[in-house]
Design a protein around this ligand. Structure first.
Ligand SMILES: O=C(O)c1[nH]c(=O)[nH]c(=O)c1Cl
Length: 308
């Protein structure tokens, strides 16, 4: 079965990635990913100019139907990840970067541009959990401005990580911005921002920062994730690939993301629930579905969701 896929100049043996932030913050976690079968590539934790502790605990809470997190962008600082991705040989990598300001982002990306790194980069425009900071990609003017500044100097392959949108006009507006830039890909969706989980036993919220407001992931966000993959595939230039992220718990969900137009698929919450063995299960389940339907490659069904 041919599960190979391509993102810009980078060939992946399979379509599955870890969602940025999941098991990808430390050297040990990244080494685990490098050794994980059926994981096509590695995405780093979003890296900032300076190292960050992140928000206070509790900052992650598991639910039957998904998860809520308010990690607060904890990471070792971009030099660690920029060094790591230049040494990683086992699997293709995507260096995720984030910033507390546009200036920070520019400073990090200048170093990436001037480094020997030849892999993919992804600008996270959608972290919902940095206290006092907006999800940049909900501001279409700010998004255009930061992309204009980046492409004045950045010539390496770069994509963006988007928050979920919930209005068809917003899909039109973000696509109109992104289509003006030579992006390699869009990764959609980040967590559904600022949800609230309530423990009625204790009559309390379950995460500490921001009064318990946090990003939602897992099964409950699958329909939102699929809608964003589909809507952006319908609107983005063909040369902008899509990484579908959000709500994947089964091979059928991977199939659905690809049917909606995803070139690759990330898995987040389910890795925390099930461990890195989840990639073997999802791959087997996807192959079984492809067998049943007589498909021999992802291209046989990618983007071919039918309307009624
Ligand atoms: O709180 C986080 O670290 C975080 N959490 C998310 O759900 N998405 C992100 O992009 C980030 Cl950066």
């Amino acid at each position: 079965k041919n599960l190979k896929t391509q993102l810009a100049h980078v060939a992946f043996d399979g379509p599955l990635l870890n969602a940025s932030g999941i098991h990808c913050q430390t050297a040990d976690e990244l080494a685990d990913l490098a050794a994980t079968a059926n994981l096509g590539g590695i995405v780093t934790k979003s890296a900032t100019l300076l190292p960050r502790q992140g928000n206070e605990n509790p900052r992650y809470y598991d639910l039957a139907y998904g998860s809520i997190n308010s990690m607060g962008l904890p990471n070792l600082g971009y030099p660690f990840y920029l060094d790591y991705v230049q040494k990683e040989e086992a699997k293709p990598t995507i260096l995720s970067v984030a910033g507390l300001s546009a200036d920070d982002v520019i400073e990090v990306l200048r170093d990436v541009q001037n480094s020997d790194y030849q892999g993919l980069t992804e600008l996270n425009l959608s972290c919902p959990n940095v206290i006092g900071k907006p999800q940049t990609a909900y501001d279409f003017v700010a998004t255009r401005k930061v992309l204009e500044r980046i492409f004045e100097f950045f010539t390496k392959p770069i994509g963006v990580k988007l928050p979920p949108y919930f209005d068809l006009v917003h899909f039109d507006q973000i696509a109109a911005v992104l289509n003006d830039f030579p992006l390699t890909h869009v990764n959609t969706v980040n967590s559904v921002g600022n949800g609230l989980v309530v423990d009625i036993e204790k009559e309390q919220v379950v995460t500490k920062a921001k009064g318990g407001f946090g990003g939602l992931g897992g099964a409950m966000i699958l329909p939102t994730a699929l809608a964003n993959v589909r809507a952006l595939r319908q609107r983005l230039n063909d040369n902008i690939a899509i990484i579908g992220t959000g709500g994947v718990t089964t091979g059928a969900d991977v199939f659905a993301h690809i049917l909606c137009g995803a070139d690759m698929v990330s898995v987040g919450t389910q890795v925390i629930k099930e461990g890195l063995g989840v990639y073997d299960r999802l791959t087997q389940e996807l192959q079984d579905i492809m067998d049943e339907k007589g498909y021999t490659s992802l291209a046989d069904f990618r983007g071919k969701l039918q309307e009624l």
